[in-house]
Structures are given as C-alpha cells and as structure tokens.
Design a protein around this ligand. Structure first.
Ligand SMILES: [Cu+2]
Length: 200
C-alpha cells in the first residue's frame, strides 16, 4: 500500500529524486521483499479501545467487557455478573446485535471474508477467529478474565478479524464450558450473556 504513494511522491517531486538521502530511502522502502519479517507482518496501531455492556438472557445487566488494541492483537477484560458458577465458553460473534433471550442475532463466530475454519483452540484443524479461552464464574455468580487474541481486533487493517466492521461484532458467554474441539461451539450450549462491541 505504501509503494503507490511513494511512486506518486517521486513523480510530483522530481527534484527530491535527485537528493541522495531520498534515493537511499526509496531504495530501502521499495525493496519490500528483502524487508525483515517484523516489518512486513500486519501490525495494528496501539491504543484503540472498545467496550461492551453485557446483557443476560433475562435482560438484566450482566457486566462489561473492555478491549485494548496491541500491535499483534487485542486484550479483552471480562467482568461478568449474574452467571451460574463454573466454566463458560467465551467467543467473539460476527454481528453486533444482542437480541435476547437467545442472542441468535449475534450470528456465528467472526469469520469475515475468509474461508471458514473449524472451531476449537485445541482442534487440530482450528481454530476460528472467534475462539477465546473459557471464563470461570465463582459461587457468587461473578466471573473475571483477561484474554488476548491475535485473530481479532479493533484495527480495520488487521491483524485478525475487524470487530468494528459494518455489521459490528459481539462478545458472547455460553451456559457451559467450551471443550475447544467439537463443532460448532465446543458443546458450550445456550448463549447466556451478550454484549455489542463498540469503540470507546
Ligand atoms: Cu459462541
């Protein structure tokens, strides 16, 4: 994407092309195939944030999820309330709609414009871009987790699926644990809490 801009710059500023320092810079920049891997990999601008207010299947507030973008992925903090104790599947779903009580409006896992990949962080053929580790909820119905994923994020150009695309995305909590292997959602059962992910 940078190459056309550089080429246009040289055309409109022919005098700069004669400057030795400019020539050196151009040679380095246009030699993309020789660039170190760390420069050619997709990296996001750091600092974008997002948030989601979780709603339970009964319509009651069920906590929050916050998102912080890093260069290679997004860090997600979940603070959930009103859930049954134990492990719960936690996923990123493809549509930013949380219409209870089933939350089917949130669609399947995020997989925008790419070939469908099997679900499961421990599936030999997986994992899909919405997969996250399970959330543990204590006896008081409160669950806390920080998880990091490189397969989704807040940046439009990646890395990973863009969560803030035209139809948005949602973070979902399921009734039971994700076994990280079986299809389509690791046997994690009903959707019991949902939050639309928004910038901010
Ligand atoms: Cu799910």
């Amino acid at each position: 994407m940078r190459l056309p801009l550089i080429a246009a710059g040289l055309l409109t500023l022919p005098l700069m092309a004669c400057d030795p320092s400019t020539s050196t810079e151009t040679t380095t920049t246009t030699d993309g195939t020789a660039a170190p891997a760390v420069q050619s990999a997709v990296r996001a601008p750091v600092g974008a944030t997002g948030q989601a207010a979780l709603t339970g299947a009964d319509g009651a507030a069920a906590g929050t999820a916050t998102f912080r973008q890093g260069p290679t992925g997004v860090l997600i903090r979940v603070e959930a309330t009103g859930l049954t104790p134990g492990w719960h599947g936690l996923h990123l779903h493809a549509v930013g709609q949380c219409e209870g009580p089933k939350f089917s409006s949130a669609g399947a896992h995020v997989q925008h414009g790419t070939e469908t990949v099997p679900h499961g962080l421990l599936n030999a053929d997986g994992s899909d871009a919405g997969d996250l580790p399970n959330l543990y909820v204590g006896a008081d119905g409160r669950g806390f987790a920080e998880v990091f994923t490189t397969t989704a994020g807040l940046a439009e150009g990646g890395p990973g699926q863009h969560l803030l695309d035209a139809d948005g995305s949602a973070i979902l909590i399921h009734a039971g644990p994700d076994d990280y292997a079986s299809q389509p959602i690791g046997g994690s059962g009903d959707r019991v809490a949902c939050g639309v992910i928004a910038a901010g």
